[in-house]
Design a protein around this ligand. Structure first.
Ligand code: TMP
Length: 208
């Protein structure tokens, strides 16, 4: 039925909010499917390991963009489209906007070129609603440091890269105002969830 995506820099709380929204929807009797990118299919999970393993530190930006698009193509075909056809609401932890921002903007490959690549990979599927969780880069870094597990290849990029990503998400919100809802992620989880649920009611007419 509806395809809703969750976007933002690392540690912005998007995955927590996805879970909270999924819970609220299920409580309201709505059938929900959760997916994450890259991954969500056996092939996609293998591609995720290639993409995020710190051993591939010298990965070319186009190799990176193509691998994200490859994982996405499989996920759309095998999981997302079938679920939408069955009338489910699909909630995705990252989708095409991550590629527009990380590869198109922060890696400087160009938004239009990444959009073209991904249109091919997804058959033109775009989200009905996208939440972008905005968080100060310093706070994101601090949360990452406190988490105490090894950084993946993208998390390990320099501060400058992460600043470009957060700026990119602000640009994205301006590019697609009808689809993208910006959310201040520097607040308590319940307050954020209330905003997320309200946007779903107002923009999609969902009764949650
Ligand atoms: P996550 O599961 O922690 O969100 O990790 C995925 C990482 O991959 C994250 O740092 C963002 C990055 N990414 C891209 O650079 N481009 C993409 O298209 C996607 C889906 C993720």
């Amino acid at each position: 039925m509806f395809f809703i995506t969750f976007e933002g820099i690392d540690q912005s709380g998007k995955s927590t909010q996805l879970e909270m929204l999924a819970g609220a929807m299920e409580k309201a009797g709505i059938s929900v499917l959760r997916v994450r990118e890259p991954g969500g299919t056996p092939l996609g999970e293998s591609i995720r390991e290639l993409l995020l393993g710190p051993e591939h530190a010298g990965m070319d930006p186009w190799t990176e963009a193509l691998l994200y698009a490859a994982a996405r193509a499989q996920l759309v075909k095998d999981v997302i489209r079938p679920a939408l056809m069955q009338g489910k609401i699909v909630l995705a932890d990252r989708f095409i906007d991550s590629s527009l921002v990380y590869q198109g903007m922060a890696r400087d490959l160009g938004v239009e070129r990444i959009l073209d690549l991904n249109r091919g990979a997804t058959g033109g599927l775009m989200p009905d609603l996208t939440f972008v969780f905005h968080l100060a880069v310093d706070v994101s870094r601090e949360r990452l440091a406190n988490r105490g597990r090894v950084e993946d290849r993208i998390e390990g990029e320099p501060m400058e890269f992460h600043r470009k990503v957060e700026e990119g998400y602000r640009r994205l919100e301006k590019m697609y105002p009808a689809r993208v809802a910006g959310i201040d992620a520097g607040r308590g989880v319940d307050e954020i969830h209330a905003d997320v649920a309200r946007e779903c009611r107002e923009r999609l007419g969902l009764e949650i």
